[in-house]
Design a protein. Structure first.
Length: 476
């Protein structure tokens, strides 16, 4: 039976990769063609993405990959590049953790109305939503000169093909997308003072975008296919679940915690709980919450310098449980910086013991993340009415045994960990389906993953009382 080789370009907040997938009926093999670091660059007051370095990594990876049937691109959400009328990029895209949006969301929400924003877009209030970034950039010469706005995967796709467009799963994270009309929310844009002509036509995952530019020197590589270009959308495709009674945690820099639904939940309770309705592939809704995620650990490691992470995690596993807990979703943790100091401050303010060693800090982070996972898994069920029997942990966090076990304990549900490369796999499976070598709907794609990927099951231990008490201490 037919087999194709496709390439997934997956750009994450700390690294980018080009993965090769060989897919046929009932099989998928994944290999890494190239991995490169993604280091944000501060110039003056502004934190930028190093987009040309990312592009360099993409090109190097695609050359190393050799001829492929198609390429699919995904990355983190909300951020964008601006093109002038000739198609040239205007400046380096600004990082969503930049301070330019401080205070903007509150102002815009008051002006436009939180209820209206939620009814139209279904989106959680995150300070860095594209809506708020564009309001923060209002009046700058760059925005004034701009002809088009492209989200990061659409920008890479443009550089690969010369085609301008907006893939829908990522467009749905901007807070400028009308989720019921499945179109740009032009009324909202106009009322927020954002030019509606910046936004290119939308297309669905699975759309064939066009051939790669001949001048890229990729002989034998045919075309770019739209995948779930929001990395979380591809990660959810890559969840090896059976049926619909599952929650997922796409666990990397962020933990994206939620369920997959057929229709959005736009109730007042949902809005107040800050749950989001992001669009998934095949018309699904990713009903989830952003939990601050392993960012807390990544920034702590950066602060400490050279440390042996496996050793530190073993030490953390030996620390007493729940000695100090913080709310990971506290906005003080959002910007880059000295995370151990911020965690110590948060403990001091909350009357929690201040972690005295890196191992104690790591235990505080993992306990607190497990608690935030518990809170979000419970809320997702309550608010959506979808009950779950298991929690799938996918992404880099699936390797973290302590976090997976404590998440199972905290949720009182089995955790099924893996695949680590769910995002690349989701990207690859969408391309393989477009190429016609795997068939069917999301459950059919997930069956291929269950049959081919290494998964680890964690059973919940202990009782829920201790977790309930610790969750109360976390506040929030
Ligand atoms: C995960 C992710 C989240 C989004 C955040 C910022 O990589 O895409 O889904 O909220 O990054 O873009």
């Amino acid at each position: 039976s037919a087999v194709v080789t496709v390439a997934a370009v997956d750009l994450g907040a700390s690294s980018g990769r080009v993965m090769l997938g060989r897919v046929g009926a009932g099989r998928v093999e994944l290999t890494e063609a190239h991995r490169f670091t993604n280091e944000p660059v501060r110039v003056g007051d502004t934190l930028h993405w190093d987009i040309l370095n990312l592009w360099h990594g993409v090109r190097t990876g695609l050359r190393a990959a050799g001829p492929v049937t198609s390429i699919g691109v995904d990355s983190w959400a909300v951020d964008y590049g601006l093109l002038d009328a000739s198609g040239a990029l205007l400046g380096n895209p600004v990082h969503y953790r930049d301070a330019r949006t401080d205070g903007v969301a509150e102002r815009v929400a008051t002006q436009l109305g939180e209820e209206r924003l939620y009814a139209t877009t279904g989106l959680q209030q995150l300070p860095f939503n594209t809506l708020y970034q564009l309001v923060a950039a209002a009046g700058t010469p760059q925005l004034g000169t701009a002809h088009r706005l492209l989200l990061i995967p659409d920008l890479i796709t443009y550089w690969l093909t010369g085609r301008i467009g907006a893939e829908l799963t990522n467009a749905s994270t901007t807070q400028l997308y009308d989720l019921r009309r499945r179109a740009w929310a032009t009324d909202l844009m106009a009322d927020a003072g954002i030019r509606t002509d910046l936004f290119p036509p939308l297309h669905e995952p699975g759309t064939r975008i066009g051939p790669v530019r001949p001048d890229l020197g990729l002989p034998g590589t045919a075309e770019v296919v739209a995948v779930g270009s929001h990395d979380t959308a591809s990660a959810v495709v890559g969840v090896p679940a059976t049926g619909e009674r599952f929650a997922y945690i796409s666990c990397g820099t962020w933990s994206l915690v939620g369920v997959e639904l057929d229709a959005p939940v736009l109730t007042e309770a949902s809005r107040r709980a800050n749950f989001t309705n992001e669009s998934g592939v095949d018309g699904t809704i990713r009903y989830l919450r952003n939990v601050m995620g392993l960012w807390l650990l990544q920034e702590s490691l950066r602060t400490w310098g050279a440390v042996d992470l496996p050793h530190l995690l073993r030490q953390a596993a030996g620390e007493p449980a729940f000695r100090s807990v913080v709310d990971p979703d506290d906005p003080v943790f959002l910007p880059p910086g000295d995370m151990p100091a911020r965690i110590a401050d948060a403990c001091r303010r909350a009357g929690e013991p201040v972690p005295a060693t890196p191992a104690a800090t790591v235990r505080c982070i993992i306990d607190s993340l497990a608690l935030a996972h518990r809170r979000a898994v419970h809320q997702a069920q309550q608010l959506s009415g979808r009950n779950v029997d298991a929690v799938h942990v996918v992404g880099g966090g699936a390797r973290n045994e302590l976090l997976c076990q404590l998440t199972a304990d905290a949720c009182g549900l089995p955790v099924i960990a893996g695949p680590v490369e769910a995002t690349a796999l989701g990207n690859i499976l969408m391309q393989a389906r477009t190429a016609g070598v795997v068939g069917g709907d999301l459950p059919a794609l997930r069956t291929v993953l269950r049959e081919t990927q290494h998964l680890v099951r964690y059973e919940p231990r202990g009782d829920q009382a201790a977790w309930r008490a610790a969750e109360d201490r976390m506040g929030g």
